[in-house]
Design a protein around this ligand. Structure first.
Ligand code: GLN
Length: 446
């Protein structure tokens, strides 16, 4: 009730929620109350949550912030959402994002940009901008996001909250609308690492309906929250500190180094020599996968269909021309190009090789350190309307995309403020399956 009231008051200015259904929310809350009263409720019963519009959910419009899916009410529910519904968590609504999760500012949404609660002239970041804005503005205690190249960590940094991209494969992708399947991973966004750990406990698990889901024993991701940092080795990649980082971000990273050292952690310099290759590799691979994943939006079975057409080809063409936004079209064009005969070896195959080199860099670095400390983004949140050059925007993903290419867990936590009062986060990247300790390290300095 309190959250719905706050949403009614503040959401018009923030545009974080793009779909609300008070009746459904209240029905879920009553069901949770009944379970609590009957004494058979899970610990998260009754806790409200906001879902990024990328997660399919029965009976809710699941549009991925695209005109193409504006009329799509999902007939099924994503596994990760179902896991949380089974806990008794209550859906507050569906939150804004860049169309099909392509972007870093939330300005690519069919429903208009969401705004940063700290300063509404600024973007909340993206693509999970609505999730970050909702949590930061206390319009939800927690939210789900998805991260293909930084879309959980970068908006978390811009909005002053905590967000985790888990190891690839530990959270089911079934029912999460696909952007780049080998990189996409759902994760928790919350005020604290502790809340992220509690949420991840309910989210993670094997799912036979996701072919890349990992079959592993259940873990308790809260187990290291109180583990001291003494002796922890934190790697500082020298390539990350060479150039491109704003003074605000530099100052914040330095402050975080101080906090870690004060608790007995040890700083070591490491090297990730292929850092410069990660952006070209990512944009080739992500666009290639996007071009195939998005071929399903043809206006035939569901989604937008052009009103007038002379034949089948024209129906496909017009439906896609009308239904998809310009950034999505750009990715489809790039992806189709790099996968086409004659260019496949030169671009797609080459990018796959670079991906391996980027991943190998991390394995070498993790011989010398437990976690890598890095910025989450080169600057604090930019002004709305300031990111008109797509290549410039792609370059701002430099600190986040390598973890996706390597399938590594990484989180972003609030660590300071810019000179004009905007939150700035830092990032911790760990080796595969190190979530518990990663969340613990964040918790210790929070
Ligand atoms: N900015 C990146 C992109 O546009 C990352 C997006 C994401 O993680 N979903 O691809």
């Amino acid at each position: 009730g309190e959250y719905l009231k706050a949403i009614a008051e503040r959401n018009p200015a923030l545009n974080a929620y793009i779909t609300l259904d008070e009746e459904k929310t209240r029905a879920e809350a009553r069901a949770a109350d009944a379970r609590i009263a009957a004494g058979n409720a899970a610990p998260l019963a009754g806790v409200p949550i906001a879902y990024k519009d990328i997660f399919c959910q029965t009976g809710w419009r699941s549009a991925c912030a695209s005109k193409m899916l504006d009329n799509f009410v999902s007939p099924y529910t994503a596994t990760v959402v179902q896991n949380l519904l089974d806990e008794g968590m209550v859906t507050l609504g569906r939150v804004n994002m860049d169309e099909f999760a392509m972007g870093s500012c939330n300005e690519n949404s069919y429903y208009g940009a969401s705004r940063n609660p700290w300063n509404t002239a600024r973007v909340p970041g993206g693509s999970s901008g609505g999730s970050a804005a909702a949590v930061a503005a206390r319009l939800a205690p927690v939210a789900l996001g998805s991260d293909t190249g930084g879309s959980i960590r970068q908006p978390a940094s811009h909005c002053g909250i905590t967000g985790l991209k888990p190891t690839y494969g530990i959270v089911s992708r079934f029912g999460m609308i696909a952007y780049a399947s080998s990189l996409d991973q759902a994760g928790p966004m919350a005020q604290t690492a502790e809340d992220c750990a509690i949420l991840l406990n309910a989210m993670a698990g094997f799912d036979e309906r996701d072919s890349t889901s990992l079959e592993r024993a259940k873990e308790d991701y809260t187990r290291d929250l109180d583990t001291p940092l003494k002796g922890l080795r934190i790697g500082l990649p020298k390539e990350y500190f060479a150039e491109g980082m704003s003074a605000d971000v530099q100052k914040t990273v330095q402050a975080a180094i101080g906090l870690f050292q004060a608790q007995g952690a040890q700083m070591v310099e490491v090297s990730l020599p292929q850092t410069g290759l990660s952006i070209p590799a990512y944009y080739v691979i992500a666009s290639a996968e996007a071009s195939t994943n998005l071929s399903r939006y043809d206006g035939v079975r569901y989604g937008h269909r052009a009103a007038e057409f002379a034949n089948l080809d024209e129906m496909y063409g017009k439906s896609r021309a009308e239904g998809l936004g310009s950034e999505v079209k750009r990715r489809i064009m790039i992806g189709t190009y790099v996968l086409s005969h004659g260019y496949y070896d030169a671009y797609y195959l080459k990018a796959q090789k670079l991906r391996r080199l980027v991943a190998d860099d991390f394995q070498t670095a993790f011989k010398e350190c437990d976690f890598i400390l890095a910025p989450a983004a080169p600057t604090a949140a930019p002004l709305i309307g300031s990111s008109s050059d797509p290549v410039q925007t792609y370059l701002s993903d430099i600190y986040t995309i390598a973890a996706n290419l390597a399938g590594l867990p990484a989180l972003s936590l609030p660590a300071g403020f810019s000179s004009d009062g905007l939150p700035v986060g830092i990032q911790l990247i760990g080796n595969h399956f190190s979530e518990a300790r990663l969340l613990g390290a964040a918790h210790q300095i929070q």
